[in-house]
Design a protein around this ligand. Structure first.
Ligand code: PLP
Length: 416
């Protein structure tokens, strides 16, 4: 791969931006490739190399890069302006679509990122229940704000240890953690701590995986949280419209009290949303006392792109079946030829350098990251861009063709 321009750009960026990047995961060593343009299932670098993309911007691009319908809708919205500072008709229109698709969302508030959505949902849970603590799942990622930037503790009930300089230990002492797929640990924690406002969970752990829920796990945690008067927040920033219309709550038939969305609902433009039961959402300002606000919230461009994306998904529901078949074809081919452990939820997948599929954070951490690093580099040399970490999910999109899948399967086998 030729990459002089990327190398030069990164050398300049490092002098101007911390680590040379706008988000840490992009700081690939020794330097990242810089993208000039993207279309369908491919990215083209500033040095002219075209790569098959299985990162898809970490999830939002379920229709692929630069989908013509989204481009058309955004271009036409540009004619009418792109930020009003007043309500626009797009907001109730999109709110109607989102609440209709999610059993756990009677009302919704639009924000500008998934991080903002989870931050507001946690504040709302505390405001509604008048309780102080939250529980998160070890290895779950909910954005880059203080309450959720907490490392896995050494035991199920350990209080949090800050995962970043600048996060107050006092603050994350209110963030407790339990392992994924362990309903008993949650039951034990909640029976000994009465101060918990909410459990926040990625129903399918997408930020270390995917790692899938076992048996009745999601149903069990729904019952346990209900029994202890603790709100259940499904963070569906990745799984929303990825696992199907209505995300994990529809796929697994579990109704959370609050839901956070992002990624796909913006069609590739910045967005987030949180919503839930009416009596809880009515606590959000200006209707209620829980403050939340944003200059760019509900901005017309993101909403237009979101409406176009979700409408397209409704008009092409066979896409989910189709993605599932592509994922399965890849799975069968890799399982047969490459060995190792391949985990998949629809169009989310990962090849773990571990003998069996992991079921929680501790098991994911046992993966051989050195082998993953070598494999990742070989894949890049073979023209395939995977998320640059053993702990990030790969994504397929509507733009991935059967030929792309065949190529991917061959590359997995050869580069393993
Ligand atoms: N929640 C989950 C499950 C995520 O995967 C992410 C980002 O990857 C976030 C929240 C934060 O979203 P954003 O990056 O839009 O702030």
């Amino acid at each position: 791969m030729k990459n002089n321009s990327s190398e030069n750009l990164f050398a300049l960026a490092k002098t101007l931006m911390p680590g040379g990047v706008s988000s840490p995961v992009r700081a690939i060593k020794p330097y990242p490739f810089y993208t000039a343009y993207a279309s369908g299932s491919c990215l083209t670098t500033v040095d002219g190399t075209t790569l098959l993309d299985c990162c898809m911007a970490y999830g939002p691009l379920i229709l692929g890069h630069a989908h013509p319908k989204i481009r058309e809708s955004v271009t036409s919205q540009l004619e009418n302006g792109w930020l009003y500072g007043t309500p626009s008709p797009l907001e109730p229109a999109f709110a109607k679509m989102i609440t209709a698709d999610h059993p756990g969302m009677d009302m919704v508030r639009f924000v500008s990122s998934g991080s903002e959505a989870t931050m507001a949902a946690i504040r709302l849970a505390r405001g509604f229940t008048k309780k102080s603590d939250i529980v998160k799942i070890e290895g779950g990622f909910h954005g880059a704000h203080d309450a959720v930037l907490v490392k896995a503790g050494s035991g199920a009930t350990t209080t949090g240890v800050p995962d970043s300089a600048g996060v107050l230990a006092d603050l994350v002492a209110h963030t407790r953690q339990v392992p994924y797929n362990d309903a008993e640990a949650l039951e034990t924690l909640l029976s000994t701590h009465q101060d918990v406002a909410a459990l926040i969970i990625e129903p399918v752990l997408g930020n270390i995986g995917p790692v899938l829920p076992e048996n009745n796990y999601l149903h069990d945690i729904r019952e346990i949280t209900k029994t202890h008067d603790v709100l259940l927040i499904f963070d569906e920033v990745i799984t929303g419209y990825r696992l199907g219309i209505g995300g994990a709550q529809v796929k697994y038939s579990v109704r959370p009290d609050l839901t956070t969305l992002g990624k796909i609902i913006g069609g590739g433009l910045p967005i987030g949303a949180f919503g839930g039961r009416r009596e809880i959402m009515e606590q959000v300002s200006p209707q209620g006392p829980v403050y939340q606000a944003g200059t760019f919230s509900g901005n017309p461009l993101s909403l237009t792109a979101g409406i176009a994306t979700i409408s397209w998904l409704h008009d092409h529901t066979s896409l989910y079946q189709n993605l599932d078949e592509k994922g399965r074809a890849l799975e069968e081919s890799i399982a047969e030829k490459a060995g190792g452990s391949y985990v998949r939820a629809g169009s989310m997948f990962k090849y773990f350098f571990r003998v069996s599929p992991p079921k929680n954070y501790r098991e994911v951490k046992e993966c051989d990251t050195g082998s993953f690093g070598r494999f990742w580099k070989k894949m890049l040399d073979a023209g395939i861009f995977l998320p640059p970490s053993q702990f990030e999910t790969n994504f397929l999109s509507a733009a991935h063709s059967d030929d792309d899948i065949t190529r991917l399967a061959q590359a997995y086998t050869q580069c393993r």
